[in-house]
Design a protein around this ligand. Structure first.
Ligand code: ARG
Length: 485
């Protein structure tokens, strides 16, 4: 039997935890390395709480003044990198309060009246997640702007449209990019929706039951930019669905980023050669000098794994937890932070690649004509001009494609005689629809790929993506810089 009272002799943890079981307890219990990122939210929450306590007469003006000044000083220390974080103080909430006590003495002890760390952390984390959602929305709209700009430039660049990754019908490159802009616009609106739902303030729910002090929860909710206080104190301290919903929105956006990442990987391959990424977004191989690898696109494609993993982690942490707060919930932050860091970086990288890429119009056009991509145009011509039922036209077109295949020719390279050999009523007019340009130009139905549609839609998307987004993008820029350092 191992003697656990002599920790250094324990083979399991004796080496790493020389101070014995209490060191292990501290290691598993402390969250400061993670939740120190909540310092701004924690200080904002405490300032609002103290102001409210003062307004309702629970603390004096003098105490509140000392608390406000002390919290500003703590914020200054953290900002300047002078704050000494302590693991023994577990988390950001106790670290800040302890420092406040050192700075201002007795009034610091009054700050925690009518609140608990349970409503405090729920409030801080909601505030953080709300900002993360706003940043994600701004980043998505920034990406939509880049897509809309490139779509406008390439409204008439014909490329093959695919189904099953088999050439189907010609489309334009601009149309293809705008399909993604539509997805990312929906993603941004999912974050807007999530923010609306999460925007209720837990502060004042205290440990779980509310408080006997005459607090004004409308006051703190308003001061922190929430629409209203959470209506049920148990729900207020134990709900984490705001973070789940935010990460669900992130996970969906990440699937869209991953799809576009995959397109870039395909398009930049030597076989496709549809687009080129500059050196800024490509890497070389250490052994094969000819290689230009689209690493950033591949990593954006992969980020979805981590982001869905973060969502999955919180779903499982929360599953089966009884009311109200449980320490399990402390595990909510690491994955949520990681999720939004990953998303911010993936958005920045994708936006950078879209702005960076050079479109190889000749390769696009050459590929657009391959695979008998205008076969549907031929069938439509037969329907329109010869009044043929579509099913018959489909059959005739199949025979024409088979002939072209036998001759090794494109559809518009067949002679009129060839065509009339299959269907005698075909006239010279058919050649007006067999080119890829004619094909895309004819797709003028709403939402179709005709260049005139794409130009109009690119302009609409550009306007939509810019509306209200400048300030938000600026804030996001600061956040991404933070990730780089
Ligand atoms: N660090 C904790 C968390 O993130 C704060 C809440 C602690 N509450 C408690 N009753 N121990 O969840």
């Amino acid at each position: 039997m191992t003697d656990n009272s002599k920790p250094s002799e324990n083979q399991m943890w004796g080496g790493r935890f020389s101070q014995g079981p209490s060191a292990i307890m501290e290691e598993i219990n402390a969250s400061i390395d993670i939740d120190r990122r909540l310092w701004r939210e924690d200080i904002a929450g405490s300032k609002a709480h103290a102001d409210m306590l003062c307004a309702v007469g629970v603390i004096s003006d003098a105490d509140n003044t000392a608390i406000q000044k002390g919290l500003d000083d703590v914020a200054g220390e953290i900002e300047r990198g002078e704050f000494a974080y302590s693991k023994a103080l577990e988390d950001i909430h106790m670290n800040i309060e302890a420092r406040l006590k050192e700075l201002i003495g007795e009034p610091a002890g009054r700050l925690h009246t009518a609140r608990s760390r349970n409503d405090q952390v729920a409030t801080d984390f909601r505030l953080w997640t709300r900002t993360a959602c706003e940043d994600a929305g701004a980043g998505l709209r920034g990406l939509c702007k880049a897509l809309a700009q490139r779509a406008g430039e390439n409204a008439d660049a014909v490329m093959p449209g695919f189904t099953h990754l088999q050439t189907a019908q010609p489309v334009t490159f601009g149309h293809h990019l705008l399909a993604y802009a539509e997805m990312f616009t929906r993603d941004a609106s999912r974050f807007d929706d999530a923010v609306k739902r999460m925007n209720e303030c837990p502060l004042g729910a205290a440990a779980l039951a509310g408080t006997s002090f005459p607090i004004d929860r409308e006051n703190t909710a308003k001061a922190l930019g929430f629409h209203r206080p959470c209506a049920n104190s148990l729900d207020a301290v134990s709900a984490r669905d705001f973070a789940m919903e935010a990460m669900a929105a992130a996970a969906i956006a990440a699937t869209h980023l991953s799809r576009l990442g995959e397109e870039l990987v395909i398009w930049t391959s030597a076989q496709f050669n549809f687009v080129r990424l500059s050196d800024a977004f490509s890497t070389g191989s250490s052994i094969m000098p000819q290689k230009r690898n689209p690493d950033a696109a591949e990593l954006v494609r992969a980020k979805v794994g981590r982001i869905v993993g973060s969502l999955n982690s919180l779903l499982i942490v929360m599953k089966g937890l009884p009311m109200a707060y449980a320490k399990d919930m402390q595990e909510d932050k690491a994955t949520t932070f990681q999720c939004f860091d990953d998303l911010a970086l993936a958005l920045a990288a994708m936006t950078g690649m879209i702005e960076d890429l050079t479109v190889n119009r000749d390769a696009l056009k050459a590929a657009a004509g391959g695979g008998y991509s205008t076969a549907t145009d031929l069938a439509d011509w037969l329907v329109r001009t010869l009044n043929m039922p579509f099913r018959d036209a489909h059959h005739v077109t199949g025979a024409v494609v088979a002939l072209a295949e036998k001759k090794g020719a494109a559809l518009d390279e067949l002679s009129l005689q060839d065509l009339q050999g299959v269907e005698p009523r075909i006239t010279d007019d058919v050649f007006s629809v067999l080119s890829v340009e004619a094909s895309v130009s004819s797709r003028t139905s709403f939402g179709g790929t005709a260049p005139e549609n794409v130009k109009r839609e690119a302009a609409r998307m550009l306007k939509l993506s810019e509306t209200d987004n400048k300030d938000r993008l600026h804030k996001l820029g600061t956040r991404i810089k933070g990730l780089l350092s």
